[in-house]
Ligand binder design. Sequence first.
Ligand code: B12
Length: 492
Amino acid sequence: MADKPTILFIAIVPPFYSPSEVKNYGPLRTFELIPHKHSVLALVAWLREHGCDGRYVWIFPDDKSGPQKIGVAIKEFQPDAIGFSLVTEEMVSHYPAIEAIKKKHPDIPVILGGPHATAVPVETLNTFPLIDYACIGEGERTLTEWLTLIHEGKSKSELINVAGIAFRGDSGEIIVTPPREMFEDINILPDPAFDLIVNPESPVGIKSAFPIVGSYGCRFFCTFCAAEHGKYRYMAAERIVNQIQEAREKYGVEYFAIRDSLWPPSADWLDEFCDLIESRGLDIKFHFETRAGILSVDQWRRLKKIGAQAVAVGVESGDEEMLVRIKKGITLDMIRETFRHLHEVGLLGVAFVMYGNQGETRESIRKSVEFIIEINPALLSLATFRPLPGTEAFEFVKEEDRDWWMRGQYPSICELTTDELHRLRGDTHIRYPLRWRYLQQNVFGGNLPSEFRGVCWRSYKVHLRKYLLGIGERSGLLRPIIHGMKRLVEKK
Ligand code: B12
């Protein structure tokens, strides 16, 4: 056992993620899913400040030496516990790793935190018997207190004093301790332990978009999101600029992904952020996600000047009534104005849209298609809605589907079936860029820098190919020719 309380975090890299792919992102190092969890960097930084320690290992799913890598880490580090930080849809894919670890090391407790454990802690422990503890809510203080007691070999009766956990009592009953209070001011938190991801072992190289997260919770109440609503806290602009500067100067990072679901937190905050980036002469590029209607055209211009490249805007729906129903708190006019500004300033705008929130109909989807075409974003990210635990939308899921992630099939909470939603989504996705106005504003004309026009052109060609293949698939005459050509390409 190590001389101080220690935890080993494990992440399984998603199968589609590979560092070489990231290298090839070129100007669009945007929005890729990163294998590391920001939560782990935040937790390890806090642990280190409070007399504990944490390490992080990644395994690639197809890497046969993965289990061995975990074995070596356990032997070297002698952790008191093993930690996972998972979203709902990772539960099933990660459980075999937990089973394998428990088989070899049955005495090391496994603790799970993150949005899934927070939303459904009791169900999680019931469904996944090898997970020993669930952390509910913010984990910094909970983990430090819990880990220290585990390190000291304290009995379960003493763990009851740790707020914000769930675990099995001696006779198998699930005990849930009182809720953990949230931090009032997150400026007391240390900077994330970035050294965990900037090391030779890490699949997140400095060529990847370097992640920055500065907020806890969210100010808004969207029914599709599991964030801690109404309890929004943000780090001071200076803290975030310090983190960017350190990554730039210490590790040579050039490109940042600001990953908060709502950024910037306010107009004053943004002014200070831009002032600091400029006064420190930081030469950076970055992308972020934002909300329509919070920035003026001058602020968009200033953002572009200090290095903003691309921005994803939560559009969600093109039907005003749907926006009200999902409590988005914005209007179609606000979205229109935002995309007008993005086209004018020449920033690559990505529209995030969903099909299948509660109350969705064919008619509301038709309105969304029309609206997407009207605002004409450079890229479209269109998802079939998944009602995740921890969201208000989850209340619309039928009783028998309340563990849908165990089967990987998401249930519909509107009058259209999931298959219909998928199909409509696929149609919109393919057809959306195949218009002259798309090419005119995003490829041949418009104000986008040439590298981003290239991105839009590639997107156009990919969708055109899919569209033509779709026509071919439906035609009895062309189908055998297309299949033959596909086989030829595959052979090559
Ligand atoms: C940043 C972010 C991302 C980033 C980075 C994610 C990452 N891997 O770090 C990106 C853009 C890549 C992303 C992707 C996705 N995300 Co996201 N994301 C967020 C966001 C905005 C903030 C999360 C964050 O880093 N917060 C800061 C950290 C410090 O806090 P935290 O994560 O809440 O963790 C605290 C506690 O949960 C706890 N804790 C967490 N882990 C552990 C582990 C242990 C052992 C312990 C003790 C405690 C503990 O302690 C932490 C510190 O207090 C949240 C929404 C929100 N505002 O919370 C959504 C959110 C987490 N994402 C969500 C989803 C669904 C996804 C995607 C599946 C979306 C998609 N379709 O692809 C992917 C999955 C990626 C993945 N495999 O992780 C959902 C999860 C809901 C759920 N029930 O599963 C959320 C809540 C938003 C929503 N729509 O509801 N996301």
